[in-house]
Design a protein around this ligand. Structure first.
Ligand code: NAD
Ligand code: TDX
Length: 334
């Protein structure tokens, strides 16, 4: 792999992936295409903007001509598509942009990849496309898609388009479906950094519904290593589930954050539930573990400790991202 186009590489997972590749895979040049929406932040790439292996381009994945130019100019071997509108609550407020970026943007990338003969297309998808589980069972790669939110419906549509390009034109692709990520540089609209930020500021921690919804948490670096394995070793046309086998109720996670920060559980406030709130996600990642030899590097207990410490050490980053647009969003939401 000599040259990859990473889309959404200024966001949470994309920037962690870019930093991992630049640090650990020096043979590979990274072209990073990001629109810099509210979720994109060049501070996530601090220290890597001047790296000669890194070319940052501000632009939209929906812009097919721009994508084609980049593929040609940098002789791109593979596209890894992280770019997306990624927040469920925002998709409930404003679904249209989720169709634009997540569906139409993915199709624009697929067309460009086909036209320019790109060797591999990795679509970074989510376990939310499978819908919601009851108290038992796990999502496998053959679980039927049954998305419930506008966000997950847009991601499922994109997954179908990727598979259709593979089936119709033999595009070499993989789809990864990962569970909830947490870690460094996550925007505080998502539950874990939102709760950390509120706790640090002694603000109420808004837990939706009864707090008993279950998510299967994975440390972001471990998601990135899984994607690298799929990129370099994945079988053409295969789907890989990725998860850390760390099911927790939201209330457990929130209490752990408060405990680590030495704050009182009195900050917990139960608020109105998210409409259509999926009850439980849990991933069976035995396929990627057995076929590609991937495994997570940290337990949830280790990872959440590292993540909380990072937010404590990076108060400036946090202060910057919670000013401006975020304040308006927060007031509208809570
Ligand atoms: P994020 O919201 O933090 O980052 C998204 C990035 O995409 C931002 O940098 C943004 O500027 C960019 N972007 C948005 N629209 C764009 C466009 N039209 N053109 C170019 N760039 C655009 O998201 P994230 O949490 O890092 O998620 C990354 C990917 O991983 C998404 O595809 C998401 O569906 C998937 N995923 C996320 C999780 C999770 O827990 N966060 C879990 C599984 C899968
Ligand atoms: O303020 C909150 N209070 C609360 O109780 C927020 C923001 C969330 N929650 C709950 C809702 C969920 O049950 O916490 C859980 C996690 O919420 P999010 O962080 O919004 O994540 P989720 O909706 O599970 O989706 C995430 O995981 C899969 C990512 O945002 C997606 O991009 C990814 O695909």
């Amino acid at each position: 792999m000599n040259s990859v186009l990473v889309t959404g590489g200024a966001g949470f997972i994309g920037s962690n992936f870019v930093r991992m590749v630049l640090a650990e895979h020096r043979e590979c040049k990274v072209i990073n295409l990001d629109k810099l929406t509210y979720a994109g932040n060049l501070e996530n790439l601090a220290g890597f903007m001047e790296d000669s292996n890194h070319e940052f381009v501000r632009g939209d994945i929906c812009d097919g001509l721009l994508v084609e130019r980049l593929l040609e100019e940098y002789s791109v071997d593979a596209i890894i598509n992280f770019a997306a509108e990624s927040h469920v609550d925002r998709s409930i407020m404003e679904p249209g942009v989720f169709i634009e970026t997540n569906v139409k943007g993915t199709v624009a990338l697929l067309k460009a990849a086909l036209d320019k003969g790109v060797g591999k297309f990795v679509q970074v998808s989510t376990d939310e496309v499978y819908g919601s589980l009851g108290p038992e069972g796990l999502f496998t790669e053959t679980t039927p898609l049954s998305p419930n939110s506008p966000y997950s419906a847009s991601k499922a549509s994109a997954d179908h388009m990727v598979a259709a390009f593979g089936h119709t034109w033999e595009l070499d692709y993989n789809i990864t479906r990962c569970s909830n990520n947490y870690g460094e540089y996550q925007f505080p609209e998502k539950m874990i950094p939102l709760m950390i930020n509120n706790a640090l500021n002694d603000k109420p921690l808004p837990v939706y519904g009864d707090g008993m919804n279950v998510r299967d948490w994975l440390y972001v670096y471990d998601h990135c290593t899984a994607i690298w394995q799929v990129l370099t070793k994945g079988r053409s046309g295969d789907i890989y589930n990725i998860g850390g086998n760390n099911e927790k109720t939201n209330l457990e996670v929130v209490k752990r954050i408060l405990d680590r920060l030495g704050k009182s559980e009195d900050l917990i406030t139960f608020v109105k539930d998210r409409p259509g709130h999926d009850r439980r996600y849990a991933i069976d990642s035995s396929k990627i573990m057995s076929e590609l030899g991937w495994k997570p590097s940290v337990t949830f207990e280790e990872g959440i400790g590292k993540a909380i410490d990072w937010y404590l050490e990076n108060r400036k980053w946090l202060e910057h991202v919670v000013s401006g647009e975020y304040e308006k969003y927060y007031d509208q939401m809570y």
